[in-house]
Design a protein around this ligand. Structure first.
Ligand SMILES: Cc1cc2nc3c(=O)[nH]c(=O)nc-3n(C[C@H](O)[C@H](O)[C@H](O)COP(=O)(O)O)c2cc1C
Length: 370
């Protein structure tokens, strides 16, 4: 078949059509890939051997002390929940009642009586087990029980009851403040390992240790704890901070809720410890928005706990934080968390000194307040 020769105008038209054709197919491919990526964003994460639909865990607090509140948290999109803590003193006290034979209260901590006198129900231990059972049948997200403890005393038997009630894991909030001058650093650190050992005798569910940064050699301590067979470590616990009332001369508690600037301590230690531990790491303290969530994953966290931000904005804020993380992932071209998890950890960092003294020297020597 022969075509008549084209005039120059027709040639130009043909060239234009070819160019725009190519341009539109390029655009089409871009849109399709973008849509595909959008659908492919996968926030699931493995934590303590459990599969979480996303890494955002609502940490232990008053927002996690009833089935109704936890249902709302699940609806808002959280990946898992840590129940409000039970105190080891409550367990021991309940045990005393049940056994009717403890006459000496030598191992009960004096402050506990104040706490219990303030209307604490004596049945709190059984109530706690019921909370686990009822929560487990009401929600599908993993439910992590929590015990606030300071010793490896007789309360540890209760860990088994928690497992039997159906908890998916157990977080131990080790509330060990090094303010006892009779105890050495070794004594304090030994306590962590004793508690782990005793609780491990009782349960097969994963144990998550929530610790503070008050240790004489924190990095090594975290590393050693990670080698005990526990499932994970939460960095960090937040103690109530004291303040003074200048009129009454009373010690008051301040800063119950964290601030976004509190993020840096846990961010540093997640980044330093990721790739150096034999268990999972959950970041806690100062995570107030989607960016902070992303940063903790970049540092290497397997999961991220959030509390204060939800007291401020309500549980629905969980959806906002996750949406912001998704948007960022889309923008950066990541489909799943493992695409960027730990990318900024100290071990993987192109500038590991950024976490160390060099950075301090650089910033503080030439710091000018504007
Ligand atoms: C009102 C309130 C109650 C809390 N209760 C507990 C608790 O029972 N057990 C526990 O391990 N942590 C408890 N925490 C600490 C939080 O779980 C969390 O570690 C801390 O608030 C830091 O996280 P954030 O910066 O997201 O608030 C509580 C925190 C708040 C604000």
């Amino acid at each position: 078949m022969k075509f008549p020769p084209l005039q120059s105008k027709q040639k130009i038209l043909l060239l234009k059509a070819a160019f725009f054709g190519q341009f539109f197919s390029y655009l089409l491919i871009k849109v399709i890939t973008h849509q595909k990526n959008k659908h492919m964003i996968d926030l699931t994460t493995k934590f303590l051997g459990l599969t979480l639909r996303n890494p955002l865990i609502v940490g232990s607090c008053g927002l996690t002390d009833s089935v109704e509140k936890i249902k709302e948290i699940e609806q808002a999109g959280a990946g898992a929940v840590v129940l409000k803590s039970l105190f080891e003193e409550e367990i021991i006290s309940e045990m005393e009642e049940a056994m009717h034979r403890m006459t000496s209260r030598a191992f009960i901590y004096p402050e506990t009586f104040d706490y219990m006198d303030e209307g604490e129900d004596e049945d709190s231990v059984r109530k706690y087990l019921r909370l686990i059972e009822e929560t487990k049948s009401a929600v599908n997200i993993p439910v992590i029980a929590s015990i606030n403890c300071v010793s490896a005393q007789k309360w540890t038997y209760f860990a088994k009851e928690i497992q039997n009630a159906g908890a998916d894991a157990l977080e131990l909030n080790l509330f060990i403040l090094p303010t006892d001058f009779e105890r050495s650093a070794e004594d304090n650190e030994k306590l962590y390992f004793e508690i782990v050992e005793e609780v491990q005798k009782q349960v097969t569910i994963p144990i998550l240790l929530k610790i503070s940064y008050y240790a004489s050699n924190l990095g090594q301590m975290i590393q050693k704890l990670s080698n005990t067979g526990i499932g994970g470590i939460t960095l960090f616990n937040r103690f109530y901070s004291p303040d003074f009332n200048l009129e009454t001369y009373q010690v008051t508690s301040s800063n119950v809720l964290s601030k976004p600037t509190d993020l840096s301590v846990s961010l540093r230690w997640i980044a330093v410890m990721a790739d150096r531990v034999n268990c999972d790491l959950a970041a806690s303290t100062g995570v107030h928005d989607g960016d902070a969530l992303i940063k903790q994953i970049l540092a290497g966290a397997n999961a991220v706990q959030v509390v204060s931000a939800l007291y401020k904005h309500g549980p629905k804020y969980i959806g906002q934080m996750l949406e912001d993380m998704k948007k960022w992932m889309e923008h950066e071209g990541y489909n799943k968390l493992d695409d960027f998890r730990g990318k900024m950890s100290q071990a993987k960092s192109s500038n590991p000194a950024a976490y160390e003294r060099v950075q301090f020297m650089k910033n503080f020597r030439h710091f000018i307040f504007e």
